[in-house]
Design a protein around this ligand. Structure first.
Ligand SMILES: Cc1cc2nc3c(=O)[nH]c(=O)nc-3n(C[C@H](O)[C@H](O)[C@H](O)COP(=O)(O)OP(=O)(O)OC[C@H]3O[C@@H](n4cnc5c(N)ncnc54)[C@H](O)[C@@H]3O)c2cc1C
Length: 476
C-alpha cells in the first residue's frame, strides 16, 4: 500500500534498538509469529492483498510502550496496537507493515476499589476476567461483548465495543472513567480520574473510546463498577417472522415498563445454522425468528412478576412460544446458541461479509427486507442476528465461492449501505471501521466531517505512525 506519509522499514538497527530497550524476550521477528499476529477475525478472503508485520513487540509496562513509541516516531515506523485479535474490522491488521504491539503481557488487574466502585486494569486483561473478579465482590462490570471470553479490555475500549447489555448499561466507553495513554511520540498522559463527573477541559477519555488505536495507545483503564444484580431470567420468545419479533422490541420497554439487560435477535437462518453447528437442539429453532430477553432484579418476587408480564406481552404481540431459562444450564443453552452464530457462519462458509449496521429500531424490519431483496436478486444467502434493543444488526451476506466475489460484494455493500443511509442508519454500530470499512466512510460522513477526523488525528499523531491505513483514507 502507498501513502502520502512515508515510512521506513524495520531493519536490523531498529530490531537492535527495540531489543536493547525492552529486552530480547519482548521482541520477535519470527516468520510464523509475524503471520499469526498480522490479522484479526476478518477472513483473509475479504482483502485482495496480504499484509504482514515486520516486528512484534510485547511490552510489559507503560514505560516499555513509551520507549517503543520514541523509537518508532524517531524512525517513522508504523505501529499497530493489537489486543486479542478478535476484531471484525481489520483494525489490528498491519496495513503498512512495521511494528505490531501486542498487549498480552500487560494483563494485570491493578486494583479493585470497593469504596469508589472502580477497577483499574492493564489493556491486555481478558474482558471476562474483569467481570469475574467484580462478581466475586458482588459487583458488575457491565461491558459485555459476545467475544468477552477472548477479547482484551484495551481492544474493547479502542473499538468502543458494544454487546449484549448496551440497551441497559451503554457500550464500553460508558464504563470508562479514566485512561492512561501513550501518545505517538512516547508521551505518557492520564485522561480522567476516579470521578463520576468531570468537565475540566475536553473529554479526551471518551474520545479514546472508539478511536481504534489511531490516536493513542491505551496502557491503563479505570472502569466503573455497579451493584451485581442478584437474580436474572432469560426468556426466549419465538415468532413467526422477523417483522413481528422486531415490532415487539419497543413494546417490551414501553408496555413492559422496564429496560431489559438484553434484547437479542436471531432470524430463521441463524437459528437453523447454529443448531446444525452445535449438533444439539436449540429452542425455537423451527421459528421464523426469536428474541432473547434478559431480565435482572435483586428481588426474586419482582423478577417473577416482570417475567410473567413480559411473557404475557410476548404472547399478545405475536410470540407463538416463550421459553423460560432460569437455571444456569438452560441459560447457557440459549446464550450458547446466540453467541455461536458467527462461528457457525465461518465454519460452514468461506466467502461472506459480516455487516454491523445500526438503524433506528423501528427501521430494523425495513433493513432486513432490504437485505433480503439485495440477496434474492443475486441468488445469495444471508443470516441476520444481533442486538435488537439497539437496532444493531449483524447481517451476514454469504457469497458463492467464486472468483468474482469481491466485485459482487462491492455491489451488494453499496446497495445495502445506500438503503441504510436512507433509513438514518450507520455503517458500524460496534465493530468499528478499521481497514475493512474505511473506503465506505465517504458514503456515510460529509467531507467536512472526514476532514475534521483527519485534523484530530494529526493533532495527536502528526506523522500518522499510529495504526495507519485505518478509519479514513488519505489518498491511498
Ligand atoms: C465471536 C465474536 C463475537 C463478537 N462479539 C462482539 C460484540 O458482541 N460486540 C462488539 O462490539 N464486538 C464484538 N466482536 C468484535 C471484537 O471482539 C471487538 O471489537 C473487541 O473489542 C476487539 O478486542 P480485541 O482485544 O480482540 O482487539 P483487536 O481485534 O486486537 O484490536 C481491535 C482494535 O483495537 C486497537 N487496540 C487494541 N489494543 C489497543 C490499545 N491498548 N490501545 C489502543 N488501541 C488498541 C487495535 O489497533 C484495533 O484497531 C466479536 C468478535 C467475535 C470474533
Amino acid at each position: 500500500m502507498s501513502s502520502i506519509f512515508s515510512y521506513n522499514k524495520v531493519d536490523k538497527k531498529i530490531l537492535y534498538l527495540l531489543r536493547s530497550t525492552i529486552g530480547d524476550k519482548n521482541v520477535s521477528s519470527d516468520k510464523e509469529k509475524l503471520i499469526s499476529y498480522s490479522h484479526d477475525e476478518v477472513p483473509p478472503s475479504a482483502y485482495e492483498s496480504e499484509y504482514r508485520a515486520e516486528a512484534l513487540v510485547f511490552p510489559e509496562c507503560s514505560a516499555h510502550v513509551s520507549e517503543i513509541m520514541k523509537i518508532a516516531s524517531a524512525n517513522r515506523i508504523p505501529v499497530t496496537p493489537r489486543g486479542a485479535g478478535t476484531g471484525l474490522s481489520g483494525g489490528a491488521l498491519p496495513a503498512f507493515g512495521g511494528i505490531v504491539m501486542s498487549f498480552e503481557k500487560m494483563n494485570r488487574i491493578i486494583e479493585l476499589d470497593e469504596k469508589n466502585l472502580t477497577v483499574t486494569v492493564e489493556p491486555g486483561v481478558v474482558t471476562s476476567e474483569i467481570s469475574k473478579l467484580a462478581a466475586r465482590h458482588d459487583l458488575l462490570y457491565a461491558g459485555d461483548p459476545c467475544s468477552g471470553d477472548a477479547s482484551f479490555i484495551g481492544g474493547n475500549i479502542a473499538e468502543n465495543a458494544g454487546g449484549n447489555k448496551v440497551i441497559k448499561y451503554g457500550a464500553t466507553g460508558a464504563q470508562v472513567l479514566a485512561l492512561e495513554v501513550v501518545l505517538a511520540d512516547g508521551t505518557v498522559i492520564w485522561f480522567g480520574g476516579k470521578r463520576r463527573k468531570d468537565v475540566t477541559g475536553l473529554d479526551f477519555t471518551h474520545l479514546m473510546a472508539g478511536s481504534e488505536g489511531t490516536l493513542a495507545i491505551i496502557t491503563k483503564a479505570v472502569l466503573k463498577l455497579l451493584p451485581l444484580p442478584r437474580h436474572s431470567i432469560d426468556l426466549l420468545a419465538a415468532f413467526q417472522d422477523a417483522e413481528t419479533a422486531i415490532a415487539f422490541v419497543p413494546q417490551i420497554i414501553k408496555k413492559g415498563g422496564i429496560i431489559p439487560a438484553s434484547i437479542e435477535f436471531m432470524d430463521k437462518k441463524a437459528l437453523e445454522l447454529v443448531e446444525k453447528y452445535l449438533g444439539n437442539p436449540v429452542p425455537a429453532s423451527d421459528a421464523g425468528a426469536a428474541l432473547i430477553i434478559q431480565l435482572e432484579e435483586n428481588d426474586p418476587d419482582v423478577l417473577e412478576k416482570e417475567y410473567e408480564r413480559i411473557g404475557t406481552l410476548s404472547k399478545e404481540n405475536g410470540a407463538s412460544e416463550v421459553y423460560v431459562a432460569d437455571t444456569r444450564s438452560t441459560k447457557e443453552r440459549i446464550w450458547q446458541a446466540r453467541k455461536a452464530i458467527p462461528e457457525a457462519t465461518s465454519f460452514f462458509y468461506n466467502r461472506y461479509t459480516k455487516e454491523d449496521l445500526a438503524v433506528p429500531i423501528d427501521r430494523v424490519p425495513e433493513l432486513l427486507e432490504n437485505i433480503k431483496k439485495v440477496c434474492l436478486g443475486r441468488d445469495l444467502e444471508w443470516v441476520a442476528y444481533g442486538h435488537a434493543g439497539d437496532g444493531n444488526m449483524h447481517c451476514t451476506v454469504i457469497g458463492p465461492d467464486t472468483e468474482d466475489w469481491h466485485e459482487v460484494l462491492l455491489k451488494v455493500q453499496e446497495e445495502i449501505y445506500s438503503a441504510v443511509i436512507d433509513m438514518g442508519g450507520t455503517l458500524s454500530g460496534e465493530h468499528g471501521i478499521g481497514f475493512k470499512r474505511k473506503k465506505f466512510m465517504k458514503l456515510f460522513l460529509s467531507k467536512d466531517h472526514l476532514e475534521l477526523i483527519k485534523r484530530v488525528k494529526l493533532a495527536f499523531d502528526p506523522d500518522n505512525i499510529l495504526n495507519p491505513g485505518k478509519l479514513v483514507e488519505w489518498n491511498e
